[in-house]
Ligand binder design. Structure first.
Ligand SMILES: [Zn+2]
Length: 227
């Protein structure tokens, strides 16, 4: 691996990912981060083991063998359901993102969704393409050309960006593939790509409602971790 990932999800975010309680769009970002990050993969295994232990204790109290086995299996192999779904309905996968003259490889967890991306919209050195998502959150790809600054913007919800390829810098530091950049509504920053390569990112914008209701619990540990 060319470099070590520096900016990780908080433990709380990983726990909720493992428990399956995160919004789908956020789960996707965490899954894509895991594709880059052996450190967080190990943490997830530890969390799974903990959950397994808790279930085992529950089982000792009210033994219901078959049901418990099924539940445990689901938790320990989160990919199993996807495999089944893939065999019933063959799906297309995009192993690369192509835009202009660029062709950039993307992590495995994104390949199914990337095949369903909408048209690229170009604004100066920045191109964006929406990915399918729920009503409350916006999921999109961002391609930032070399030597391009992202215009200062505000957002009412939480903005989470995962670098998929290339590099970005802002006031907080330098981000490379696998790094998570988390921004709250009261935090403005000016990310730029000052490298000679394009930078591809996955971005999630949560709606304000989602932010107030569902993400408050996430936000505190994230703030501790990132600010
Ligand atoms: Zn990590």
């Amino acid at each position: 691996m060319a470099h070590a990932v520096k900016f990780h999800p908080s433990l709380s975010l990983l726990e909720q990912y493992t428990e399956g309680t995160l919004a789908a769009e956020l789960s996707l970002v965490v899954a894509a981060h895991l594709d880059f990050c052996p450190h967080c993969q190990q943490l997830r295994h530890d969390i799974e083991a903990d959950i397994g232990c808790q279930l085992a204790q529950q089982k000792a109290v009210n033994a219901d063998g078959a049901e418990w086995q099924q539940m445990l299996q689901q938790i320990l192999s989160p990919d199993a359901s996807q495999v089944t779904a893939a065999t019933t309905a063959p799906e297309t996968f995009a192993t690369h993102i192509e835009q202009g003259q660029h062709r950039i490889e993307i992590p495995r967890s994104l390949q199914r969704l990337a095949a369903k991306r909408k048209k690229w919209l170009q604004l100066g050195g920045i191109a964006t393409a929406k990915l399918p998502s729920g009503d409350d959150n916006h999921l999109s790809l961002l391609l930032i050309e070399s030597n391009t600054e992202v215009p200062l913007h505000t957002h009412k919800g939480l903005e989470i960006t995962l670098v998929l390829a290339g590099e970005m810098v802002d006031e907080m530091g330098k981000y490379a593939a696998g790094d998570l950049i988390i921004n709250t509504p009261d935090h403005t920053h000016t990310p730029k790509n000052i490298s000679n390569e394009p930078c591809l990112c996955l971005s999630v914008l949560t709606a304000p409602l989602e932010f107030k209701q569902g993400l408050t619990r996430l936000l505190n540990p994230l703030q501790r971790f990132f600010y």
